[in-house]
Design a binder for this molecule. Structure first.
Ligand SMILES: Nc1ncnc2c1ncn2[C@@H]1O[C@H](COP(=O)(O)OP(=O)(O)OP(=O)(O)O)[C@@H](O)[C@H]1O
Length: 223
């Protein structure tokens, strides 16, 4: 369970998040939507322990944010908007490099299996030769190396074709349903959000997203 209570974040005098509270349960895929600059990445960065909240509390399982950050990082996976890959290295070399940085030890076969689970089969190919969709899949596979409980993805499907989008979306649902992961992800593609998310949080004052998704039968709560 991820419990966020009365979270606030300001940059200088500018308040980005104001008294945000919500609860995510294991096995859920939840969307986070809102216009550019609404605070989606800020929210994910706080949950990923990259940015500190100005006020409020966050609890993930038995861990309270703000105390031992290393304990939280062991159970949180974060996929940033930008690809963080070694372009000159092969898929295999990227997976093995990042697995060495992880606290959880993985065999080469397990690393490969994580890629295959994502329908990423180009194990021996350099990243620079992969399509955008394959790179996105590798970025996600790397975030799963330490088997996190909470997976945060910042626009994981931006700029990729519908087939890869569909494969990634289906895989996220499978991870949540079969392994009890908590998945929170942002996207500007409302079709994708409607297809893969159990429910959605809309951030910001503008009711545009709330109205659009509610009209499509999606459960939306405003933050
Ligand atoms: N380090 C920072 N210092 C000052 N302001 C910041 C900082 N990071 C973000 N902001 C501001 O906070 C607001 C929210 O930004 P954020 O990136 O969280 O929005 P977003 O909803 O993710 O937008 P997008 O859809 O464009 O990715 C923006 O006005 C942004 O300029």
């Amino acid at each position: 369970m991820l419990k966020v209570v009365d979270l606030e974040k300001s940059y200088g005098k500018k308040k980005i998040l104001n008294q945000v509270s919500f609860l995510l349960n294991r096995g859920e895929v939840v969307g986070l939507v809102g216009e550019n600059g609404a605070g989606k990445s800020t929210m994910l960065n706080i949950l990923a322990t990259i940015t500190k909240a100005t006020k409020g509390t966050v609890q993930l399982g038995d861990y309270i944010y703000g105390r031992k950050v290393e304990d939280i990082r062991k159970i949180v996976g974060y996929v940033p908007q930008e690809l963080s890959l070694w372009e000159e290295f092969t898929v295999e070399q990227n997976m093995l490099f990042f697995s060495k940085l992880s606290w959880k030890k993985r065999t080469k076969e397990e690393c490969r299996q994580l890629c295959l689970n994502m329908q990423l089969e180009q194990w021996k190919e350099p990243v620079k030769s992969l399509s955008g969709g394959m790179k996105r899949k590798l970025n996600i596979a790397i975030s799963l190396l330490h088997d996190p409980m909470l997976i945060l993805l910042d626009e994981p499907t931006v700029g990729i074709d519908m087939k890869s989008k569909n494969e990634i979306g289906k895989y996220l649902v499978k991870l949540a349903k079969e392994q009890g992961k908590i998945i929170l992800y942002t996207s500007h593609d409302m079709n994708e959000i409607t297809t893969f998310c159990d429910r959605v949080y809309a951030i910001g004052q503008d009711p545009f997203y709330t109205n659009l998704l509610t009209n499509n039968g999606v459960q939306v709560d405003r933050l």
